[in-house]
Design a protein around this ligand. Structure first.
Ligand SMILES: Cc1ncc(C[n+]2csc(CCOP(=O)(O)OP(=O)(O)O)c2C)c(N)n1
Ligand SMILES: [Mg+2]
Length: 323
């Protein structure tokens, strides 16, 4: 399967990467200024994964993202205005002010299953979706994410086993960002090579540099198309680093500074920009222009969100259950 990207596609990927990064930076700044509401989970460091996945999926596929998969939300067509409004608890947000982060924020018309806070419950839910595609003989794929920490939960094993047994059109990305809150991977499991788990269930397990958007795209695209063609599920471990704390309140003092510096040098957005220039795909001016476009879009989203109303208290009982 040929996953070669054209120059135009690479620039598109860069746009989504910088849009995701800019959204995240502005979100963090807003919270630090006391303009946020509730908690906020920075995805800094995860851009290549969430963007590549969003890019590799087809419109008919279904994805159940986690709390650090902002790029996937944006690529599915979730407008920055809607996401920012959600973070600020406004009536114009995805959950109409019911939740002030990305938890539960889905939209099935965009093929997005809302993130389920109880980890890793998105895994069996996405498997249910994949099984429905299989029963209906539809050439569609369900993809979901799991953290290095969530991969220790019992449901992870039950779900992967069942997906493998029934050869479900299912793709699972383990985002190994080295930490689960303050717990490093080495304190979580003796098997720190997560692809080995795939062996135990008889499905392909592939490791990929989660900071290389083109590499993630190639691996994920292949897994998606294999699943679509009836080839069954895949487990992909994308290695990256959570560059900030677990959430906005967490300064992550427990993360060695040297480790962060090591990963800072592998920044997925900066390195992709450099690669695009060095390989002659584009020049700095064009990248700056794309960055400007992203900045304008995000400022518009913030203005829209901050000037949007909070939900009417009288509507509190509306939309509590799935409609
Ligand atoms: C069942 C359950 N227990 C605890 C939590 C609280 N919690 C939220 S995120 C998190 C850490 C998850 O780590 P990981 O799976 O590695 O994902 P990351 O946050 O690193 O992306 C914890 C313990 C939860 N959401 N659900
Ligand atoms: Mg983690």
């Amino acid at each position: 399967m040929n996953a070669t990207l054209t120059a135009e596609q690479k620039l598109e990927l860069y746009y989504w990467m910088i849009l995701t990064r800019t959204f995240d930076e502005r979100m963090v700044a807003l919270y630090r200024q006391g303009r946020g509401l509730g908690g906020a989970f920075s995805q800094r460091g995860h851009e290549a994964i969430s963007v590549a996945v969003g890019y590799a999926l087809q419109p008919e596929d279904i994805v159940a993202p986690m709390h650090r998969d902002l790029g996937t939300y944006l690529l599915r067509g979730m407008a920055p205005r809607r996401v920012f409004s959600n973070l600020l608890g406004r009536a114009t947000g995805i959950t109409r002010g019911r939740d002030a982060n990305l938890h539960g924020a889905g939209d099935l018309s965009l093929g997005l299953v809302g993130f389920i806070s109880h980890l890793p419950l998105s895994l069996p839910v996405a498997l249910g979706v994949a099984m429905s595609f299989r029963y209906r003989k539809e050439a569609r794929v369900a993809l979901t994410f799991c953290g290095d920490g969530s991969a220790s939960a019992g449901l992870f094993h039950e779900t992967v086993n069942m997906a493998a047994l029934y050869q479900a059109p299912y793709v699972l990305i383990i985002e190994n960002n080295q930490y689960a809150y303050s717990t490093p991977v080495s304190n979580q499991t003796r098997v720190t090579d997560f692809t080995q788990r795939a062996v135990g269930y008889g499905i392909p397990g592939l490791a990929v540099d989660g900071n290389d958007v083109e590499a993630v795209y190639a691996v994920v695209k292949e897994a998606i198309e294999r699943a679509r063609a009836g080839g069954g599920p895949s487990l992909i471990e994308a290695k990256t680093m959570r560059m900030l704390g677990h959430a906005i309140h967490d300064g992550a003092e427990y993360v060695p500074r040297a480790l962060l510096a090591e990963w800072e040098a592998k920044d997925p957005v900066i390195n992709f920009a450099r690669k695009l220039v060095e390989s002659g795909v584009t020049d700095r001016d064009e990248l700056d222009e794309i960055g400007q476009r992203a900045a304008v879009e995000i400022e518009d989203a913030i203005n829209f969100a901050e000037s949007s109303p909070f939900p009417d208290p009288a509507s509190v009982a509306e939309g509590v259950y799935a409609e």
